[in-house]
Design a protein around this ligand. Structure first.
Ligand SMILES: Cc1ncc(COP(=O)(O)O)c(C=O)c1O
Length: 322
């Protein structure tokens, strides 16, 4: 979906018009992928707009910057406030949030240390990433022929622009083969993650998800889903998963800021169970959507309201299936 091209973007401390948010072609990030970024969401709740797990996203952004020896010019608290200011300036009730910290314009040697560490925040309205129907009916996916990067090559704990060269290969080859997403294995052949999502498998009422040692981005939705599943009384295990676990699973689903919680109905054309969203996936989806939509109490303090103290509107159920 193309951008409407309107509204404001925050760049190094100022809000500028969308059409003026430009950087020089000689900026280091363009040539060498020297950027780290985040993807978060703001939801429209009965108490006004609220960002989901904003603190966790901003912490991961600064962790990513640290891994790449980048020192943002402003501190985390100030950049977090700037996220809220940008959403307010654009008057969005709900939106996707993309803060990025990147090496800017100065020299083009591989050593980036002489380049400024710049920052920007974009916000835009972005609906269901794999389509609204996928939230209920599920996505058809394939195991990618591309693997995730080996340990000690591209750090998977950093959400770095460079890592998304690999994600693009996974996504493009899945689409070219007629699937909506690809799941990559790690270099040892165990399940890692989708091009932009973490994966959960259910077998005999136990949830499994690959550990951080399987070249995954430690997803914030993944952490939230582990917590929600445990709150609902399920057992969750972080385990190395052979690819065939996906074929014999009772349920498989993706989690991530963009996909939220999306069931997977087939893997490599092998139908997962009966090809319908499973009951555990649905229970977790319902709990997740009720929290982000402000219907269920936010017991873990995951929501940051744009206007704290605003009066509450009438509560309404907001399940993905309704
Ligand atoms: C490669 C990759 N894995 C997992 C995720 C899910 O992470 P999160 O839940 O923090 O959005 C994302 C999305 O950012 C991603 O790009």
């Amino acid at each position: 979906m193309a951008f409407p091209g309107t509204g404001k973007i925050w760049m190094n401390g100022s809000l500028v018009d969308w059409s003026d948010a430009k950087i020089h072609i000689a900026s280091h990030v363009i040539h060498y992928g020297s950027g780290v970024f985040e993807g978060a969401r703001c939801y429209d709740t009965p108490r006004g707009s609220a960002c989901f797990q904003l603190e966790a996203h901003m912490r991961r952004l600064y962790d990513s910057a640290k891994i790449y020896r980048m020192e943002p010019q402003i501190d985390r608290a100030t950049l977090t406030s700037a996220v809220l200011d940008t959403i307010r300036a654009n008057q969005f009730k709900a939106c996707y949030i993309r803060p990025i910290v990147y090496r800017g314009y100065n020299t083009l040697g591989v050593d980036p240390s002489a380049c400024p560490v710049d920052a920007a925040i974009l916000t835009w309205e972005w609906g269901a990433y794999l389509g609204k129907e996928a939230l209920e009916r599920g996505a058809d996916v394939t195991i990618s022929s591309w693997t995730r990067a080996a340990a000690n090559t591209f750090p998977s704990l950093a959400k770095s622009s460079a890592n998304y060269a690999n994600s693009q290969l996974i996504k493009m080859s899945a689409l070219a083969d007629g699937y909506s997403e690809g799941i990559a294995l790690d270099t040892a052949g165990y399940v890692s993650e989708g091009s932009g999502q973490n994966v959960f498998v259910v077998r005999d009422d136990i949830l499994y998800t690959p550990p951080v040692s399987a070249a995954i981005l430690p997803g914030i939705t993944r952490n939230s889903v582990i917590q929600i599943a445990r709150d609902l009384g399920f057992t969750v295990r972080e385990d190395m998963l052979p690819r065939e676990m996906l074929y014999i699973a009772d349920e498989v689903f993706f989690v991530g800021t963009a996909v939220e919680i999306t069931p997977i109905r087939s893997v490599d054309k092998i139908v997962v169970a009966n090809g319908r969203r499973g009951p555990i996936t649905e229970a977790i989806q319902n709990a997740f959507f009720d929290i982000i939509n402000g219907v269920r109490p936010d017991t873990h303090g995951w929501l940051t309201y744009l206007s704290p103290g605003a009066p509450q509107k009438e509560l309404q159920s907001a399940h993905a299936s309704q």
